[in-house]
Ligand binder design. Structure first.
Ligand code: MN
Length: 505
């Protein structure tokens, strides 16, 4: 047996073994059969790096099995390039497998046809028909996503493996694919709460999007990491001992900030010594109340930096992230960030929506026919539904696209109402955006805004974690045309325009 054949054999066995560990009732025969069918269909095709083509879908399936996805997703992953690369149609797949699997595969294929090139993400919008067609398909993608988020998970896994083999491509293609990953796929993974995956995608892409900066950051962090490694080890040991004494069963690990996020933070802070969470300690404990107990134990021994205590358990981030964060003067007074969470919160933080298939399958009835595998938690995909909702009301493709750039792919901040409700907004949002996010009526009747208790101008950008209070008046003059100049979100802009239109009539 040659080397490639052996690699394929090892991988398919690994795949089957992996699925069996988390899904006892999985139809492994189906997975095997699907693999054979995909292998035969890709027969003779090669990847640019010289691999037999089947290695690629097999790896994509493996990535999804590592996320503990259901077997239909795995099967669709094995088939995901068939429509594009082989003489196989959606109908063929429907007949051979099922309409559900055919839909997944065709969804992934449609996504592959899109051309999100850098030019279309720049400031200028080109009104060329091809681009508009692509944007229309992007609209369809979000529709498909709202229906079945698994399409995007397969696409993300596909992208991940493509990045791993990106060396084989020309420099120009490397850069294009890397930038597209940073602009679209990583933010998408983030909005789906898939922290681990987002970080991996970013670091894989970063080395191709900006090779010199990548090397630079690698060198810079290497020294810091080495220096801190021993310190973290000692600190970890110390924490293990004190928590044990208090009867808390904790698993403690060190975690290093991923390179791309160091790079982004460095651009803001300017100096690596100001990045306190370059390396952090993560404590995993059994229950939510253990989290708070642990934080208490830590604080009773190490003074915290008051302004860096964050309770994302009581107030989760909008993408579902839960954890306690604190930064303390640790051993020898060294400033150290500590994150405390339960195992379930940890899985959620790493895997986001993908974590839910697993839980869902576990919690559901043993009657397999009653399981619904296309399940995705409603609150996790609410933003997609909202997005579609305003898109339906948007007539111009250009406006839709501009909105998408801001609403989906821009970095997010989150801010609070005075009652502590959390709102998730794109960076640069103003009190006007906040007001419309809360309620249309509040936006229409806004007369002023307080941030953290102080009056501010309504065009001033909000900061992460601001507490925003909107002052309204029943007989306010209503939104002004001016507001359109600084409102950022599509929701706000659309409401303001609708109001002005109504008024002018
Ligand atoms: Mn592919």
């Amino acid at each position: 047996m040659n080397k490639t054949k052996q690699a394929i054999k090892i991988n398919i066995e690994k795949l089957l073994g992996l699925i069996a560990t988390y899904n006892k009732e999985a139809d492994l025969e189906l997975v095997k059969r699907t693999f054979e069918f995909a292998k035969k269909s890709h027969e003779g095709q090669k990847r640019l790096n010289g691999d037999d083509y089947i290695i690629h879908p097999l790896n994509v399936a493996l990535i999804l099995a590592e996320m503990k996805m259901d077997e239909k997703t795995i099967v669709a992953a094995l088939l995901h390039d068939l429509i594009e690369k082989c003489n196989v149609t959606e109908r063929d797949i429907e007949q051979k497998f099922s309409s559900e699997i055919a839909k997944l595969v065709s969804g992934v294929t449609k996504l592959g046809e899109m051309d999100f090139d850098k030019a279309s993400f720049g400031k200028e919008f080109a009104d060329d028909p091809k681009r508009i067609k692509n944007i229309e398909s992007l609209r369809k993608l979000f529709l498909a996503m709202a229906e079945d988020i698994r399409v995007v998970l397969i696409k993300l896994a596909d992208r991940y493996h493509n990045l791993k083999t990106l060396h084989a491509l020309s420099e120009k293609d490397q850069k294009r694919i890397a930038e597209e990953t940073l602009d679209i796929f990583a933010p998408l993974a983030d909005r789906l709460g898939m922290g681990r995956f987002k970080a991996d995608l970013e670091d894989l892409a970063f080395q191709f999007s900006n090779p010199s900066e990548f090397k630079n950051i690698l060198k810079l962090t290497k020294g810091e990491f080495l220096e801190k490694e021993k310190y973290l080890k000692d600190f970890k040991k110390y924490l293990e001992e004190i928590l044990k004494k208090e009867g808390i069963e904790a698993e403690i690990e060190g975690r290093a900030k991923h390179l791309y996020s160091v790079y982004k933070k460095l651009k803001k802070e300017g100096d690596i010594s100001k990045i306190y969470d370059l390396m952090a300690i993560r404590i995993i404990v059994p229950t939510k109340s253990d989290c708070y107990k642990t934080m208490g134990i830590v604080h009773s021994r190490f003074k915290p930096l008051i302004y860096r205590i964050k309770d994302y358990i009581a107030v989760p981030k909008p993408n579902g992230y839960q954890s306690l964060h604190t930064t303390v003067f640790g051993l020898d007074g060294k400033i150290t960030e500590i994150q405390i969470r339960t195992a379930e919160m940890h899985e959620e933080a790493e895997k986001g929506v993908a974590a839910h298939w697993h839980y869902n399958e576990m919690k559901q009835t043993s009657d397999y026919s009653k399981r619904k595998s296309s399940f995705a938690p409603k609150d996790k995909i609410q933003w997609i539904k909202e997005l579609l909702d305003w898109q339906e009301k948007t007539e111009s493709t250009k406006e839709f696209f501009e909105g998408l750039k801001i609403d989906v792919f821009k970095d997010r901040i989150f801010v609070f109402s005075p009652k502590g409700d959390v709102f998730d907004l794109p960076e640069g949002s103003t009190p006007v955006d906040f007001a419309y996010a809360v309620h249309g009526w509040i936006g229409d009747h806004l007369v002023g805004a307080k941030v953290n208790g102080k009056m501010i101008s309504i065009d001033e950008p909000l900061e992460n974690r601001d507490i925003v209070e909107i002052i309204t008046k029943k007989n306010s003059p209503g939104p002004k045309r001016d507001w359109l100049k600084f409102a950022v979100t599509s929701k706000a802009k659309q409401r303001i325009r609708a109001y002005l239109n109504k008024e002018s009539k």
